[in-house]
Design a protein around this ligand. Sequence first.
Ligand code: PMP
Length: 364
Amino acid sequence: MTSIDKLIANTIREDVRAGHIYNVPDSSGYIKLDAMENPYQLPDALRAELAQRLADAVLNRYPVPSYSGIKERIRAKLGVPAGFDVILGNGSDEIISILCTATARQDKRAVVLAPIPAFVMFQRSAQFAGMDFVGVPLKADFSLDRAAMLAAIAEHKPSLVFLAYPNNPTGNLYDEADMVAIIEALGENGIVVADEAYHPFARTSFMDKLPQYPNLVVMRTLSKLGLAGIRLGYLAAAPALLEQFDKVRPPYNVNVLTQVVAEFALDHVEVLDEQAARLNEARTELAAAMAALPGVTVFPSSANFITLRVPDAEKTCAKLFAERVLIKNLSRMHELLANCIRVTVSTPEENSVFLNALKASLQA
Ligand code: PMP
């Protein structure tokens, strides 16, 4: 053992030493359909105007931590009910981590519960905060197993339940009555996080239910709307609850450049909404084209990606990779996803490159 190995063994947590880095493949030279990004930039005229705003940004000072400019716009434009507020995160990834840090109690090991397969950061953040993660499998059609969820809630008494609406990696919206049953079963004993990362595409939301359920919070992001590069997520909830989360939020967690871009983009949010509407149309076309292919099952999606089952996911991914198209092979994530792949909906040109390579992989 070298001295650095000894240092690591003596200092770094065992579960971290045994773990792995969140893998993001190098995508240069590839058509990138693996990360649910919006393929469109802001129009040139807006980018020129934004460049001027960025040139004027105050970079020698820390950001003003109230973030009132962004918060006002989010409250006004994104449907936050009167009497509710938001906190901001460096992506919703950071919000997930803040939620876990605030609920990881020291007097007992707290539990995070989520249906699986789910967004991997729910489990990773729970683990890093020293919490137990309980995953309850979805049904084969990816709907919530309400009875199993309610039984798991009774048994494990989770502090936090994450419900992605729509879910990643399956793309579907859960049944609203199933979600409400979970929120009501938890009541004062647990917080339900409606993770609405794909809200720009789903256009349905639990936001307007905030006044009805004190244990409900709604998490969203600007990433999928077309601003993945600026890393801005937000959490809407009752101010008293937000105050608790705000205590564990790192200071200045949203930087000045993000602040400038977010305020500007929210002033022009209709442009981003129009891009999302275009992607929804492309999703309908791409899903229909894939469903017509022999041996392919396309699952319903309310997000900007489509999950499908192919005869041989390894072979399809290898063919797509050879054609320089990056998608996500979901096969190893969960048994419900055997031979499933996930593709982000993109421009008509990129969708057609993907579709042709997919067809070729099915023939060869
Ligand atoms: N929630 C879900 C369901 C997601 O799929 C993602 C990103 N893939 C996130 C949260 C995190 O988004 P971000 O950190 O970019 O805001």
